[in-house]
Design a protein around this ligand. Structure first.
Ligand code: PMP
Length: 387
């Protein structure tokens, strides 16, 4: 497989998770809606997983709704909340650097009678209370700000935003996909009303997500059917995946402190060595309020895509940003929101570490990068003009 340094885009499922899932494909294949003993076995793991995930986020098991992934959770949270609460107001606030799924949900709501305001971020990608306060008004019913950014790794002051919203009786949704498994989540401390999680970001299977819905927060379902998940998300539950996510959370709860310390060592070493040895290279995102596994650079005179392809030739997988938007020619909306010019945004490279990285992967990246940068800059008329 070569060297994989793109854990933000996709994670392998942990072998221990696969082992926990396997019995639920055949031996324990029941449907939790069935009242017989085979159904009971499925209900048992469904409720155990709900409990484990509830406690993982500092909430209760009956506040956990299983979905098909983070995109669906974001839809259910924002559209579901907006539709249910439109009698209270038609205004929603999101941050400029939200994931593409949230921007597109916002566009959909705008076509359906809602007004959406976007909070600009500072040069490091932080949402400030001052800018948030400028955007809310008496019609605001919901604020959605991601816990941490999946591209530049900036961690928001979530507790501050939560308190701000609670004081004003505005619901607070956070997409915690980039943060889960790397930061301790606590919906009580942070006053979060709705929170999006995905199973794969915890080394669980794809095709499963979670929406945390605080008791008392009312949302409309978007999937109508047999009434599963307290009527909020009908459809037979994906029991093997739900068993897998429970195991994934159990592992993370034990291993997160050691794991994140290891990532942080990789991250800090890469930042120090790259900024110290390559001229005209800059760190995107926050210097300290940053995910422990995230590195995001930009290089003058180089296209991020050429960098990525040069690494690909060496069997090293890195990224230019969000995989969800990688097929467009547009620069990342997140980098533009930081105030970068289009050519600066195009010169970016993202590296994200994960569970199966070793020191030798970091060595290989650091050994390979300088020669690639040198070669690409030699080919770049733009860079020669600048020096
Ligand atoms: N939110 C964030 C922050 C993401 O990074 C992603 C992509 N991994 C999503 C939402 C959407 O996730 P999915 O494609 O699994 O639905």
């Amino acid at each position: 497989m070569g060297i994989y340094l793109d854990y933000q885009s996709s994670k392998p499922v942990d072998r221990r998770v696969i082992d926990a899932m396997l019995p639920y494909f055949d031996e324990k294949f029941g449907n939790p809606s069935s009242l017989h003993h085979v159904g009971d076995v499925a209900t048992e793991i469904l409720e155990a997983s709900r409990k484990t995930i509830g406690s993982f986020v500092g909430g209760k098991s009956d506040e956990i709704v299983f979905t098909s992934g983070a995109t669906e959770s974001n839809n259910l949270a924002i559209t579901g909340y907006a539709m249910r609460n439109k009698n209270r107001g038609n205004h929603i606030v999101i941050a400029e650097i939200e994931h593409i799924s949230i921007h597109n949900i916002a566009k959909y709501l705008e076509k359906n009678g809602f007004v959406v305001s976007k909070i600009p971020v500072d040069q490091f990608g932080l949402v400030t209370l001052e800018k948030l306060a400028e955007r809310v008004n008496e019609k605001t019913i919901l604020v959605s700000v991601g816990y941490a950014n999946n591209e530049i790794g900036t961690i928001q002051n979530v507790a501050q935003i939560g308190a701000f919203c609670r004081e004003r009786n505005i619901a607070f949704h956070t997409d915690a996909v980039a943060a889960e498994g790397l930061l301790l989540l606590d919906v009580e401390k942070d006053k979060i009303d709705l929170m999006t999680l995905s199973s794969n970001d915890l080394y669980g299977p794809k095709g499963l997500g979670v929406l945390y819905v605080r008791n008392g927060i009312r949302i409309n379902p978007l999937t109508i059917g047999g009434g599963q998940e307290r009527g909020l998300r009908s459809g037979t539950e994906n029991i093997p995946a739900i068993a897998g996510m429970e195991k994934a959370v159990e592992i993370i709860q034990k291993e997160m402190p050691e794991e994140t310390r290891r990532f942080q060592k990789f991250r800090d070493r890469v930042i120090k060595e790259v900024l110290g040895s390559i001229p005209k290279c800059y760190l995107n995102g926050h210097p300290t309020s940053r995910l422990p596994n995230n590195v995001h650079f930009r290089f003058d005179g180089i296209e991020g895509e050429s960098l990525l392809l040069s690494f690909k030739e060496k069997n090293i997988a890195v990224s230019t940003g969000s995989a969800c938007s990688s097929k467009t020619l547009e620069p990342s909306h997140t980098l533009i929101a930081l105030g970068l010019l289009h050519e600066e945004a195009h010169g970016s490279l993202e590296v994200t570490f994960g569970r199966f990285n070793e020191d030798s992967d970091v060595d290989a990246f650091l050994d390979t990068l300088p020669a690639i940068v040198k070669r690409l800059r030699k080919l770049s008329p733009l860079y020669k003009e600048e020096v």
